[in-house]
Design a binder for this molecule. Sequence first.
Ligand code: M6R
Length: 627
Amino acid sequence: MCGIVGYLGPLNPKDVIVGGLKKLEYRGYDSAGVAILHDGRTKRVRAEGKLKFLEEKLAHESFNGHLGIGHTRWATHGGPSERNAHPHQVRGISLVHNGIIENYAEIRRELLARGADISSDTDTELVAHLLAEEVDRTGHLLKAVQNILDRLQGAFSIVAMWEKEPDTMVAFKDGPPLVVGLGDQQTFVVSDVQACLQYTKKFIYLEDREIVEVKGAQVQVYSSRGVPITKKVVEIDLSPESVEKQGHPHFMLKEIYEQPRAVAAAMEPHIDTRNFAVRLKNVGFNEPLPGVDSLDPLKDWENTRKILNGVERVMFIACGTSSYAAMVGKYLIETIARIPVETDIASEFRYRHPVIPPNTLVITISQSGETADTLAAIRLAKEKGALTLSICNVRHSSIDREAHGHLYMNSGPEIGVASTKAFTSTLTVLNCLSVALGRLKNAINAAEEKEFVQALLSAPSQLEVVLSYDKYFGEAANRLKLFRGFLYMGRGVSFPIAMEGALKLKELAYLHAEGYAAGEMKHGPLALIDENMAIVMIIPADQLFEKTLSNLEEARARGGKVICLSTGEHEHLRKVSEYYLPLPKAHWTVNPILSVIPLQLLSYHMACNLGYDVDQPRNLAKSVTVE
Ligand code: M6R
C-alpha cells in the first residue's frame, strides 16, 4: 500500500524520485521520504503527512549523486510520524519497504539481544538492521539480501542501497508488486509503472522471492538462491498523460466523466457489432484442453468456448467495490445463463476452508490486480484445482499473472482512491460474460443475445445523458449534507448498487451510510428511520419496481426523507421525494451501469462541500497489498 521509487541513472535523482512519488501517492499518504547518495554519503529527508510537506523540505536541498530511493507511506507498524517514515537507515544501509514483516517481534528481540539501537516503531527498520549486519559480514549488498531473505515472513517489496556500493541498488519482493523500468542508461525500481512512464515503457515484473541487482546500467534478476534468471521485458502501452488530471480538479471527477469511453472500451473487444453477438476475445486460458494445442489467437475463442462449456458453477471473489460488481455479476449470470453463482469477499474466502466443487469457474475481480486477499484467494482456488479467470484493470498485475484466463476492464489508469470507472467497466465485462455463457449453455437464443448486446451498445450514450445531469446531483448533495445517517436501498441488481453507493459516501464524505436490500428493511433497519435519516432509493422501472415502491412507502410512513433514483419521469415518485434524480430508460442489465453514476457524483459533491480530499480519503489507499 506504500509507494516505492528507486532510481539509478544520469538525471537528478531528487526530481525523478519526487516526480515518481507524486504518481504513487494514491498508494499511501501518511508520510514520505527520500535517501539520495550525495558526495559518497546518503542524505535522507523525511516528512510526516502528504508529499507536499516533503517537497517543501526538499526545496532547498541539492544532491550530487545519481542513486536514490523514495517512499510514500500507508502506516502499518508504527503511527504516521517523521520518525517512522521511510527510508530507514542503519549505518550505510538505506531502504524503503511496502508490506508487513509478520515475524517482526521475534526479529526485534534478536536484534535487541545483539545490542541493536532501534530508533523507530516500524518493522522496516529491523530489515535495515539485518542487512547492515550482513553487509558488515559479507561486504556485498546482493549477498546480504540473499542471506536475509529467508528470515523475513509476511508480505514485502523492498529496495535497498548501501553507501559502500554507490552504483548499486538491490530490490526484492514477496507479495506486493515491484517493477523494474529499463531506460536509456538508467533504471527505475517502482511499485507501479505509472511512476516512471515518462522515461520508459519497458518493464520487468519481479515474481515473488526474486532479487534484482541494478549495477550501473546492468540489470540482473536472481532467484533467492542466487541463480541468474532471464526475464521477459514487457512493453506497456500507456501514455504519461493518462495518469494526469487533464484539467479536472480531481482524478475522481475525471474518472467519473471518462465512463462513457471506459464502458465502450470494456465491451469493444468482445462485441461483434455486425451480428450483435458476443465473442470473448483473448481470454487466453493458459491450460488449453487436449486437442487445442496453443494460445493461437484464432483458436482462442474456440478454446474459451470449450472450456466455458464445461463450467457448471461460478464463484466470484473480490473486495470492496469489486465485490459489489461481483454481486451484480451473480444476478446477470444466474438470470441470463442459468448457472448457479456464489459471491464471496476474499478476506473471508481464504480463511474459511472453502469447498469448491468440480467444474467451478472461480472469477476474481480486482481493479489493481494487487489486492493481497484477492491474490491469496485465487492462489487458494488454484491449489484446490479450480479453473480461474481474472477481471483486472491493470495488465500484468499479480492477479492477472496468476489467473488461467483473463478479461480486462480496459478503463485506463484509475488514480482516485474511490473506484468509479473500473466498477462500470467491470459491469460491462460481466454483461458480455453472462451473454457468452448464456449462449453456450443454450439458456438464451440468438434473438435474445441481440437484445442484450443492443442494450449494452446503448450504454455509453446513456451514460453521457446521466453525466449531463451533474448539476442536479450537485444540488441534491448540497441539501443532503445536513443529514447524518444514510440508508441506500435497492432490490435485484440495484441492491449491490445500494451497497456501492453507501461505500462511496462512507469513504469520501466520512458519513455513516448503509446499503440494504430494500426487502430486508422490515427485518430490523426500519427501526432506524426517523426524520434525520436520509433514504436513497434506487428504483428503476424494472420488474421489481412495484415491490421497491412498497418498501419506499414503508420508509416514508416512518418519517424517512427519500431521495429517489428512477428511470424517466414518474409523477408519484417526484411528489413523494425530497429529491428526484432521473435516469434514462434502459434495459435491466444496463440499469446498474447508469444508476451508480448519480451515487458517485453525490458522494463526490458532498465530500467537496465538506472540504475533504476526495482523491486521497483519510486512512485509505488505492492498492491494498496487505491483508
Ligand atoms: O483493486 P481492487 O479492485 O482489488 O480493490 C478492491 C477494494 O480495495 C476497492 O474497491 C475499494 O473498496 C475502493 N476504495 C472502493 O472505492
